[in-house]
Design a protein. Structure first.
Length: 260
């Protein structure tokens, strides 16, 4: 892959997920909520699934699938994170999946594809891993996710240094998600949105939870220097509040597509 189209530092993504594997239980409630909202879509079909691939589920998705009687293989860029799933697991790069064609009848990727450089290519590989008539369920953060944090960091850094460095990932627009599935060869692509509103009595907990989930900055163009000491306290102090607590929004595109 040409470095000209690399947005994310995949080595950094793996390091962040390796570190997060020890702490991800601290954000289990949010990750499980997102996974359950995605898997609720299985109740809208009469098709019975028997073998699923869990992509980057961080130990939350595989147990929910097994509770539905579905056999699961889990994969993650981080071997340590993959091992949390409690069953068959593989350390695998989403951009270079090791699975044979037609291996699964269901693929679930809950909050795991937004650090991929070649998302259309990854979706094509997931389609090929599905049997004919198999289903992809994926959730991806879209525009509006962490908008409060992005704006607060931008304004605080501009005031402190006179410039801005990228600190929150770019997210796709909701309307682009179904088009991505269609481009990757999926039939009947659908994208809708789930919104999670998170409130924090202690603002620093937001940053701690992002770190615990392995969601810290892995942009290739990130500033490698130690940030100014007042940056994060200033930004967190400026974030909007609801009921006396700092508010952060997660807007998740839940996308479904069928292997033709």
């Amino acid at each position: 892959m040409s470095s000209a189209i690399e947005i994310f530092d995949r080595r950094a993504v793996r390091r962040h997920r390796d570190r997060a594997a020890r702490r991800v239980g601290g954000v289990a409630e949010v990750l499980r909520d997102a996974a359950e909202r995605l898997l609720d879509r299985l109740d809208d079909t009469t098709q019975r699934f028997t073998q699923a691939l869990d992509v980057g589920g961080r130990g939350m998705v595989a147990p929910l699938l097994r509770a539905r009687g579905i056999e699961v293989v889990s994969c993650d860029l981080s071997p340590t994170m993959a091992a949390l799933n409690g069953g068959a697991s593989v350390a695998a790069d989403e951009e270079f999946l090791p699975f044979a064609p037609s291996s699964f009848d269901l693929v679930v990727a809950s909050l795991s594809l937004h650090w991929v450089n070649d998302l259309p290519g990854a979706l094509i590989q997931l389609r090929l891993a599905l049997r004919s008539g198999g289903l992809l369920l994926a959730s991806v953060p879209v525009l509006g996710t962490l908008a409060e944090l992005r704006q607060a960091l931008t304004e605080a850094e501009m005031a402190l240094t006179g410039g801005v460095s990228p600190r929150v990932s770019p997210f796709p627009d909701l309307r682009d998600c179904a088009a991505l599935l269609q481009r990757a060869g999926f039939a009947l692509p659908v994208a809708d949105v789930e919104e999670l509103r998170l409130l924090y009595a202690e603002p620093l907990r937001l940053l701690n939870e992002l770190r615990a989930a392995g969601e810290t900055n892995a942009l290739c163009e990130r500033d490698r220097r130690v940030p100014p000491r007042p940056l994060f306290p200033s930004a967190l102090a400026a974030m909007p509040e609801a009921d006396g607590r700092v508010a952060a929004t997660l807007r998740l595109a839940c996308i479904t597509g069928w292997a033709p």
